[in-house]
Design a protein around this ligand. Structure first.
Ligand code: G3I
Length: 324
């Protein structure tokens, strides 16, 4: 019999799960409903799916995911309106003036956020807009066509569409990479707070490994955001146990280390100020559904359930991290 459900132990923040529409049934559905109270779409709520052709929106899949959440008392975290890696090709190769491009982006954001007003409680308005080199703006079609304040415009448009939804900036490696985090803080957090641009929180994706980053590094970087009075979302947690494709140490040794790392992450999140708590989201249910093996080019087991829906030590680590 499984332990106490995560959502019943995590009483001060949401426990989120990334899912896709064709998993909203069977054993997945059973576990989602037992354990989690917020879901993120792994891919159906991105621009390449919701706006496949100029002038033609397609919210079919997003609607299904939002309806499932509504039927099961779960929140939906909208991921993600603007992301260079999920931008439809017609947008990348947009034929028209920069002003027409900007108007198109405004229409897309307002159409989408308005559609889910009152149903999607929070949005990753922009994902991964700061580069890995020196914390500068990542060079994307949005930067090229709209200029550096495109990020501000996207947040303002989302706010105009829905006065109540929580607006997040989301990115990876922020939990350890100080240069990148300082880029986010200077170009987005401080910039927005100085110019009164709406920003409710920051998402640290948390794609980490069993052997790093350290708990202290994660806590230090987390504090740099919570000290700004913002909500913190650990938005895409997975913990690789085979990042270097070196299986010489025993599987059991790495699984215990993965459990410890999950516990550390939950302890850090659980310790942030109540006013900064939002959600801790896991990026997938079972190991064989993770995005990681195909992208890193070799196998890995980064999640809390194994391929047969069996709870792993890492899940126990999550529960242990919730103990005061
Ligand atoms: O199976 C569907 C197919 O039915 C559909 O016709 C097709 C349309 O593109 O998509 C197929 O699904 C794939 C989907 O994953 C489900 O497995 C998509 O091709 C594929 O692009 C998609 O990849 C996702 C990726 O983002 C791009 O959206 C990954 O699952 C997802 O884990 C990954 O997540 C990103 C976060 O959004 C941002 N942070 C990094 C993270 C990992 O890259």
């Amino acid at each position: 019999e499984p332990d106490t459900p995560l959502k019943d132990v995590a009483t001060t923040f949401r426990v989120g799960m990334a899912t896709i529409v064709n998993r909203l049934n069977g054993s997945h559905d059973e576990i989602y409903r037992r354990e989690y109270n917020q879901i993120s779409a792994e891919w159906e709520m991105k621009m390449n799916i919701m706006y496949p052709e100029q002038g033609r929106y397609d919210f079919t899949l997003a609607d299904q995911l939002v309806e499932y959440a509504q039927n099961n008392g779960m929140e939906v975290h909208g991921h993600a309106l603007i992301w260079h890696a999920a931008t439809p090709s017609w947008v990348e190769n947009f034929e028209g003036t920069d002003e027409e491009f900007s108007n198109m982006v405004e229409d897309y954001i307002k159409t989408t956020v308005t559609r889910y007003k009152g149903k999607v409680v929070s949005w990753d308005v922009v994902n991964e807009a700061i580069d890995d080199a020196g914390g500068n703006y990542r060079n994307t079609v949005f930067l090229e066509r709209m200029g550096e304040n495109y990020i501000q415009k996207c947040f303002e448009w989302a706010r105009e569409a829905d006065p109540d939804c929580l607006l997040f900036y989301n990115d990876y490696n922020l939990c350890w990479d100080k240069t990148k985090l300082n880029g986010v803080i200077s170009k987005i957090v401080d910039n927005f707070q100085t110019n009164n641009v709406p920003l409710d929180g920051v998402g640290f994706q948390m794609h980490i490994s069993y052997n790093g980053p350290s708990k202290s590094a994660i806590a230090e970087n987390t504090k740099m955001i919570t000290d700004k009075g913002l909500l913190m979302h650990f938005s895409e947690l997975d913990v690789k146990i085979n990042p270097d494709n070196d299986l010489t140490s025993s599987t059991e040794e790495r699984e215990f280390a993965q459990k410890d790392k999950v516990r550390e992450v939950v302890e850090v999140y659980n310790a942030i100020p109540e006013s900064s708590k939002f959600a801790l989201t896991i990026w997938g249910l079972k190991d064989n559904e993770s995005w990681i093996p195909s992208v890193q080019g070799h196998d890995d087991w980064p999640l809390l359930y194994d391929k047969d829906f069996v709870i792993k030590k890492a899940h126990t680590g999550f529960l242990e991290g919730l103990q005061e």
